[in-house]
Design a protein around this ligand. Sequence first.
Ligand code: PMV
Length: 330
Amino acid sequence: MIVRARACANIALVKYWGKRDSALNLPAAGSLSVTLAALVTETTVEFDRALGRDEVSLIPNAPGARPFADTDPRVSAFLDVVRARAGISAFARVHSLNRFPTASGLASSASGFAALALAASRAAGLALSPRELSVLARRGSGSAARSVFGGFVRMHAGTRVDGSDAFAEPIASPLAARLRVVIAIVGGGAHKPFGSRDAMAHTAETSPLYRDWLALVPRDLAAAEAALATGDLAALGAIAEGNALAMHATAIAARPAIVYWQPPTLALLAAVRALRDAGRAAYATIDAGPHVKVVTSAEDAAPVAAALRAIDGVTAVAVSELGPGAEVIA
Ligand code: PMV
C-alpha cells in the first residue's frame, strides 16, 4: 500500500532546547508552537519486500535541483521504529517534497518527520491515534511531535522513562484567526553550522546558563498559555521574543559558543523593534539558524513583510497563516 501524507512546519514560541533522554528524544522541558500553513512537506511511503534497503528521495527545494534516491540513516532509524511496532521487516521507498514558498534553504525536520510518521505508520498497517502519532513523530525529531497538530500546540515534557507521556496537543485560542508569521530568510550564511541535536547536547553539557534556561521554560509556558487563552497578541509576542533570545543566550554561552546569527539576523531584530516602536505588532523568534520569523497580526503582516524585505542580506520573505495538522492525502 502506498500512502501519501502532508504536514506543515511549526515555529516554537516557547522553545525546545535540551533533552532528558537522547535515545528516545525526550525533551527536558515542554514547548509551545504555532503550525505554519506556508511550509508544507509531502511524503509518500511504500513498504516493499522486494527492496534490499530503504530508498529515500528527498526532492530538493531548489531551482534545477534533481531528486535523488539514496539511503538516509535518520529516516531508516525512524522506519525501524515503525517496522518494530507493526511487526514487519520490509524496506520502504520514501519520497519527500518540501513545498516551501521559495528556494529558501529552510529545512524542516518538524514537517518532514510528522509527514513521515503518518505516511509510514499507515503504510505499515498501523492506525495510530493523534496522540500516538505525536509520540511516534517525536522519535524522528522533537519538534515533529508538534507538527502532528494544527494551530497552536503545546508539547508535554512527560515524566515516564518510556516517553509515552511526551506528546503534543492542540490549544484553542481566539488568536488563531488573527495571528500571522512573517518568515524572513537570511542568505549567504554558512548552512547549518551546528545541527539542533548536537547543539542541544553541547549546550546542556557546557553552558553555564542551561539550568536557568530550564527554570525559565515553565514560567514562559504558563504565561504564553495565559496569553493564548485571553487572545493577548502583545503578551504572547513579548514572551516568544524573550524566550527565543534566552535560548540563543544559553547556546551562545556554551563553550565553545554556538552562534547561529549572521549580521542580517541582528538587522532584522532591530527592524522588529523599530516596527514595534512605530505601533505595529511585531515580535521576533529565531531557531537553529540565521533566519528570523516575526509574529504579527493579519492587519500588520503586509507592512511588516515590506520592512523586512528592505533589509540587506534578506533573500526572501513569506507570510504564513496558521496551518492544519498532519493528514493523509490522495
Ligand atoms: O526538533 P529538533 O531536534 O530539530 O529541534 C528543534 C529546535 C528548535 O527549532 C531550535 C526549537 C523548537 O522548539 O522548535
